[in-house]
Structures are given as structure tokens and as C-alpha cells.
Design a protein around this ligand. Sequence first.
Ligand code: GCU
Length: 615
Amino acid sequence: MKTQALAALIVLSSATFAAAAPAMQNVYARSGTTLDGKWHVIVDPYENGAYNYRRDPLDAAPNPTSGYFLDRRPRDRTDLVEYDFDASPTLMVPGDWNSQDDKLFWYEGTVWYRTRFDFTASPGMERQFLHFGAANYQADVYLNGAKLGRHVGGFTQFEYEVTGKLKPAGNSVVVKVDNTRHADAVPTVNTDWWNYGGLTRDVTLVETPRSFIRDYEVRLAPARAGAAARLALSVQLDGASGPTPVTVDIPEAGVRARLMTDAAGSARLEVPVRKLTFWSPQQPKLYEVRLSSGKDLVVDRAGFRRIEVRGNQVLLNGAPVFLRGISLHEENPLRGGRAYSEEDARLLLGWARELGCNFVRLAHYPHNEHMARVADELGLMLWEEIPVYWTIAWDNADTLANAKDQLTALIDRDRNRASVIVWSVANETPVSEPRTRFLKSLVDAARALDATRLVSAAMEVHVDPEDNNHRIVDDPFGAYTDLLSFNQYIGWYDGLPDKLDRIRWTFAYDKPVVISEFGADALQGMHGDALTRFSEEYQQDLYRRTLAMLSKIPQWRGTTPWILVDFRSPRRPLPVIQDGWNRKGLIGENGTKKKAFFVLQDFYRKDADSHAGGK
Ligand code: GCU
């Protein structure tokens, strides 16, 4: 399967990080033990647990004798050990530390996490993997005092094989999590969201047979005129000792395919399928897919749909569609902190459904896996993005490798989700040669990993120097994307809402125009006239005028206004009104809808689809 492209990317990235092997597909369908729960933690702003006073890394010593990763207890009363996980406070995993402890609300730096567990292998299961849904931002992982590796990137899964490294009792997993921001990181030092730190997603000890199905893809094969639909199946085994049979069963679609892997454990096959209900927001049909090989069985639910662009139209299953969207951050405002659970996904995507959406932009980084799986079920199309946000270090090869790592992990994880229709490689990045080269290389990587979805980014707009009411979208990066998507804040950062009535647009590309952001801050419950900033009436008026302006654009095919619900941001200090919240939500942090929510809902119910471009 795509191992060559993947291998090339890994080679590229391994030069920079001791990266973990690509995580296995569909970890939630595997057998294993959750390590979620209370973990003991040590807050370590000076990284005292990792470096000695000479700043030498303690885990670099051949037989380290100190360092919190050893999780050591004093041998006797004379033994000097200046930390004690058992006596230290605990934090819940999954979860960020900022919303769990007021003392850590603003904290950026290192926190050591430690859990202990006993282990007995399940029958027939000969291999074990320590799997992390995500850890923000850099995680150094240790098992029983030995380093397993380092993962960089706050929003992607990673795992380490620990077969043969586990003890029957008292296994110690220690993770040094550091969310310090760095200029050459992805994201870089400046963002408009809270830098939640910690083991933010599920941690699982996964068990598999000696040979198991590490990765697979089930999707609709490209259409052939007049030919019946076909499914493209591909699998990648891990641990097979030579060519091995794999069966793919999709009972409801009448598919039972037998594949034989090559010596490297990979196989692919296209099979005709007589009757198939295509996945769509109106009918989010999911099929049970059962993949088995030897002792291994992986069960998934997948939908089959086609997404493409034709001229300036977006086609879903061959028919023009308007993307009735909304943007959202991975945060549960009601509980506070990073969202991580299926319930969180149902809360947030449920609100999007209520708004009348068929599309959601998961901004600005890969959200947890539950989001795409719940979107599959609810019939919401998704835009997924990596945090190449604002002023990234464009000329830094490690930064590019990091961005590619995150893109690869995202595509690997969600490649079987029908809901995902767009891979976005960036947001609001200033036009320059190095920037466009960097982004082009991400587009190439995305297309190499997955040629079946659209690729885009939130691009730049500029004002006509001759005419302040004329906006031009001719970002050179637009030449490489499937959509022409950009953010615009006319009426909030750029003038007052009445300006929207006078604006005209010019686009350098005949591509579907998707407005990836527009909006205005409003404190829920604050009222005034339509010119009172931060009032619900101002936001309401801006939405009305923006939708009217956009409706005049012939190639307008969708939008994801900023944003579904208020979210935390360290860039929003205005007392009483913002208090550390970006208030551009259509829903307040307490879950109460603002007036503009109903303006957009009304538009989505009555007018939006007329802009799909179908005649
Ligand atoms: C930007 C950016 C968002 C930010 C928003 C805002 O466009 O992409 O991340 O939150 O504007 O200023 O509210």
C-alpha cells in the first residue's frame, strides 16, 4: 500500500525525532487495557527530573541512577531520593492539566505523569503496544525506567511496542509532557487558543496476535463510466512471516473478499459491489467492515462516498453540494478544557446539527478520533487541519518534517472516515516564497497519502490599493488547492458591518469559494444597538450582512463561520467581556445560544443550498 510514500516521509522525519512507529489503525477496536484514570504527577518547571545541574540529560547515561523517569523509591533510610510519585498529587488522564488545577491554569512547561499496572497477557495475544491518543506538546515516554521514545506534536496519536518489556506486576509508565511553545514548532509561539498541556487523550495498552492487521483502507474506487461501483481494499499486516491470507467482509454490501499479502505483509484488491448506499448528510449510511487474518479480527464501521471538485462546484456522490458549515475548537466549554470523549463529540457536533450544518471545520489541529467517528454517524462532512498557523518557521527543515509527521498521522488515523472530505494544511499564513514552497510540499504529501479527498488551507486575501471596497483573492498557493478558502473579518477587524454592503470580490481562480472564517465577538446576554461592539445585536447584524454579501458571489460554495461556541484564549484579556475567552461563538460558554445563531440557522434552512451551483 502507500508504504513507499510513508516510508519516504518517515525517513525524512526520523532524521529529526526518535519518532514512534506509525500507530495502528482503529485502536478502539483492538483488545487491550485502558490506562486512563488518575495518574500521579510532578510539576517540574526546571526539568529537574530530566537534567542534572550541569543541564546534562539524565536519561542519556548508560545506567541512569537519577531522573524522575526511574520512578524510584528510596532503598533505605540513607538513600537520597528527592521525589515520590506515590505521595504526589494526581491528575485525570485523559485531560489537560490547565482545567483540572487552578494552580496550573496558566502553566506551560513540564509535568511528569506516572501510572503503574500489573499485566497478564490475554490468551492468543503475543504482542503489546503502549498507545497514546495525543500528548501536548512533546512527550518522553519511559517504561520501567527505560526510554521508549519521544513524540513531538500535541494532537496526534503515537505508540511504542512493549512486547517482552512488561512485568507481571508493578509496571511503571512515566511520561514527561512539556507544552512549552517554540518558534520552530508546529504550532509556533503565537496562537489564539489555550495551550492546554498534558496527556489529553486516551492511553491504552493494546494487545495483538503475533501477526496482526496494522493498517487498512476501505473506500470507493474511482468511478469508471458505465461500470458498477467497486471498493478499493488495502491492508498492511505486521508480524506476518510471508504471504498471508486476509479476509474482508462487508456483509450488508454482499462483499466477502480474500486478499493474499506479499512478503512485506501488504495487499490491495478492488472488488465490484452490486448494491451500495452512498454516505451523505441526508443518509449517513455506515457498513460494518470485518477484517480478519489468522487470529486477528478488526471490526470497523465505514461509509462510502465520492467527493470531488468540478470547475467551481463541489460534488458529493456526483451532485453539487453547498457546505453549510461552522468552525469549532476541540474544547468542551461546559466542563472546561480540552474535549476528548465521545460525549464531548456528541455535544459539539450535536450543536452543529441543530444549527443546520452539513459540514464542520475542526480548527486548527487534529481533533480526537471520536469527532470523525461521530461525524460519520451524524452525517457531518469534515474539514481537518494541521496547526501550520500564522508565522511558522518556513525555512526550517525540522519544522517541515514535524508538519509532515502531523499530516501523515492525521491522514493515517482518519483515512477510513467518510465524513472527512478536506485535508487543510494551514491557516492564515503570510504570503512569501518560502511559505508557499512549504505549503506546496504539504499538499504533495497529502495527495501522495490520499488522492481521494480535497486539499486546501485558509488562505490570504488582500485589499485593492486602488479601491478599499475591493477584495482580491490571488494567493499563489491557491494554484495548488482544490478549494479557494480564506478567512475574512470585514465588519469586525476591518471596518463596521455596513462596509459589508459595499464590498466586491475578485478571485484569481475558478474554484469553489469556501469562506473558512468570518464573525464577531459578542458576550452572550449583552445587548445594545447594532453598532455596540460585543453586543449580540452587533454580531447578529454582521451575520446578516455577511451572508448577503457572500450570496452575491457566483462561485460561493460554502462557509465555516468563526465559531460554534466561545473558547478560551490567552489573547483575550478584556475584563468583564472576554476574561480570557474569544467571544465569537454563536453559543456562549454556558451553552446558551446568541441571536446570530438563529440568523445562520435560518439561512442554512432556507437559502444556502441554492448556492450549490447545480442548475
Ligand atoms: C483568526 C484565526 C482564529 C482566531 C480568529 C479571531 O482568523 O484563524 O484562530 O481565533 O481569527 O481573531 O477570532
